[in-house]
Design a protein around this ligand. Sequence first.
Ligand SMILES: Nc1ncnc2c1ncn2[C@@H]1O[C@H](COP(=O)(O)OP(=O)(O)OP(=O)(O)O)[C@@H](O)[C@H]1O
Ligand SMILES: [Mg+2]
Length: 327
Amino acid sequence: MTESALLEVRDLAVAFRTGSGEARAVDGISFDVGAGESLGLLGESGCGKSTTALSILQLLPRGASRVEVGSSIRLEGEELLTSSPARMREVRGGEIGIVFQEPMTSLNPVLRAGDQVAEAVRAHSPLDGARLRQRVESLLEQVGLTEPMEVARAWPHQLSGGMRQRVMIAMALAGEPRLLIADEATSALDVTVQAAILDLLDDLRRERGLALLVITHDPAVARRVTNRLVVMYAGRIVEEGETDAVLDSPAHPYTIGLMQSIPDPERPGTRLASIPGTVPSLGDWPPGCRFHPRCARSQARCSERYPPMLDGHSTRAACWLLDESPS
Ligand SMILES: Nc1ncnc2c1ncn2[C@@H]1O[C@H](COP(=O)(O)OP(=O)(O)OP(=O)(O)O)[C@@H](O)[C@H]1O
Ligand SMILES: [Mg+2]
C-alpha cells in the first residue's frame, strides 16, 4: 500500500437490514487504488463487490444499509464517508466515474445517445451550443465510436450492446474523472465485444492515467485489464497481489478453486472443475475462516479463528496454510 494512493479504503464494513436483524455484506476490507493503476475486485456472486463500489459512491439504499463506524474511504486524502451530499454529487461523475453492467437499463430509452452524453457533460461544466456538441462528439470519438455524429443522433435501441456500453463510458468520462469504477461492465457482452471494451479501458488508463477499479466474477476479465487483484469471499478479502501472481500461482484454496472452475475453452459450456457448495447467504457466515466448509484442506483451527493476511510465495492470503508457526 502506497502513501500516494488515489483511493484508500480502510476497514470498510457495510451491514444490510435483513429479516433477522443486521448482517455485514462487507466485513472489514482495505485496499488502495493508485493513480493510473488498475485494481480488480474478483469473487463469486454475493461476496460484496457491488456493495463495496456503491459504498465508495454513497449509492447504497438508504434506510436498508449502514456503513459502520470505523470505516474510511479517502479520495486523495479527503474522507468521503463524512462528505456532504452536495460534495458527493460533485464526486459522482466528477472525480469518480462509474459504468454498470446493463447499458440498456442505464441509458434512457427515450433520449438520443448524444443528448444523454450532453447531460453528463452539463452536470460538470457550463458548455452549451456548438461547444457542447463538439465536446459530445469528442467524447464519443474517444471511446472508439468512429461515426460520433450518427451515434449522437441515435436512440439507444438503435445501437448494439457494445456501442451502448461505449456511450456509457463516454458519459462516465464527461466529468474527466481520475478513477473509473466498472462493475461487471462487460458481463452482458459477447466475448469479442467484451475484449474490445476492456482494451478501451486499458487504453484510457495508459493514455490519460485514468485509474480503474474493475469489478468482475471472471478471472479472464481481471487478467486482461488489471495490474493488481483483490479476491473477495463472503465479505472479506482472502487474497491479493499482482494480477498474474494471483491468477497463476494462487495461495488461497478459494482462489485455486476459482481458477480451476474457469470455462474449458475446448468444450464451451463446460467447466473444468468447480468448488463444492455455494457462498453462504448474508449473515450465515460460518465461524473461523468463512471458506472452511467448502475447503478440502481445512484444519481444526480453520473453523475456530479467522486467519490474518499472511505472506505466501508471491501473493498475500488469509489462510492458515501459510502460517509457519505451530498451531
Ligand atoms: N439492498 C440490499 N438489502 C439486503 N441485502 C443486500 C442488498 N444488496 C446486497 N445485499 C446482499 O449483500 C451481499 C453482497 O451483495 P453484492 O451485491 O455486494 O454482491 P456482488 O459480489 O456484487 O455479487 P454479484 O456478482 O451477484 O453482483 C449479498 O448477500 C446480497 O444478497
Ligand atoms: Mg454485483
